[in-house]
Design a protein around this ligand. Structure first.
Ligand SMILES: [Zn+2]
Length: 317
């Protein structure tokens, strides 16, 4: 039976918020079994709720669990909120937790946005590996899909199909010479995530950047943390992969699926989707409990950290 995990140590880093442009410190802390992924705004006072204010009476106002219930809005990124407290751009960090098998963690931030780092999830993998992963005694349960669920919006869709693996297939096509058609399909485990998905950076179109800045967005955006597409090509070559764009969409999707609250065992297929459709799929899955079951012994590939294998091999000799 797979066990839940948390981090071994506290670890932190500093970066800037993509939209706010402000410096923000991110600290990851171990958390007990069944507490899940919880964001905490340490720049806000530690005031417990009045017992009758909401159903999480013991949870301080500044804590926001990474669940669908706390999805606030989509602003070119996925944003969580609880009462008046918000956290923006959570998806790349959430994707790294899921792919590396971190079930329980407290994410402290001294601002309203997860730092963008280099626009990918690479820095978060480094942080999680630095902290180390510790097994807890409680079993991990997984949402195993039994029948297909889909959400559509014109020619865009996201669908989840029953599968004995966790797999994602994504297709994009934009009206841009470099992005007419890209597709990528992979089974998600720690190795495939680190090698194929996590390094893929956020991307945007130069023509949109000015509009976003007028709305007070992307103030921290630069060629250091996003791939920017001009009329005919990329402003900041080289790309990390020729199909970096579609790989980044998979990274976003993996992060958004974390809002299910449990790992998903399914084949998720997305066509020209984005955060809005990704989170609509999460909502649809949660609203149709007949279409899945919670299992504690899934046939998913184990989430055990890759680094543990050589250590085990060494001690057994
Ligand atoms: Zn993204």
């Amino acid at each position: 039976m797979q066990k839940q995990t948390t981090l071994k140590e506290i670890t932190s880093c500093v970066g800037i918020g993509l939209h706010s442009g402000r410096r923000v410190e991110l600290t990851l802390k171990p958390a007990p079994a069944d507490s899940g992924i919880v964001f905490r705004r340490v720049d806000l006072p530690d005031m417990p709720d009045m017992p009758d204010m909401d159903d999480m009476a013991d949870m301080p106002d500044r804590d926001i669990p990474a669940t669908m219930e706390h999805l606030s809005h989509i602003n070119h990124a996925t944003c969580l909120a609880r009462d008046n407290v918000r956290i923006e751009t959570v998806e790349h960090l959430l994707a790294a937790f899921r792919a590396l098998g971190v079930d329980n963690v407290i994410v402290e931030l001294d601002g309203a946005e997860v730092p963008i780092m280099d626009g990918s999830a690479a820095a978060f993998i480094y942080l999680i590996h630095e902290a180390g992963i510790r097994k807890l005694t409680m079993p991990r349960s997984v949402i195993k899909l039994k029948s297909p669920i889909s959400v559509t919006d014109g020619g865009r869709f996201v669908a989840a199909y029953p599968s004995d693996k966790f797999k994602v297939s994504y297709t994009i096509n934009f009206a841009h010479p470099l992005l007419r058609h890209q597709e990528y399909s992979t089974e998600i485990n720690e190795t495939s995530f680190i090698e194929e998905i996590a390094p893929a950076r956020t991307f945007g179109f130069l023509k949109d950047v000015e509009l976003m800045r007028q709305r007070g967005l992307a103030l921290g955006g630069s060629l250091d943390n996003a791939v920017v597409l001009g009329e005919t090509g990329v402003l900041n070559n080289p790309l990390r992969f020729p199909d970096e764009f579609v790989r980044h969409k998979i990274l976003d999707l993996l992060g958004d699926l974390v809002l299910l609250g449990k790992p998903l065992q399914a084949h998720v297929v997305a066509m020209r989707a984005g955060h809005e459709l990704h989170t609509r799929l999460v909502k649809a899955i949660l609203e149709t409990p007949d279409s899945w079951e919670l299992v504690t012994e899934p046939t998913l590939a184990p989430f055990a950290p890759k680094v543990a294998q050589p250590l085990l091999a060494r001690t057994s000799r």
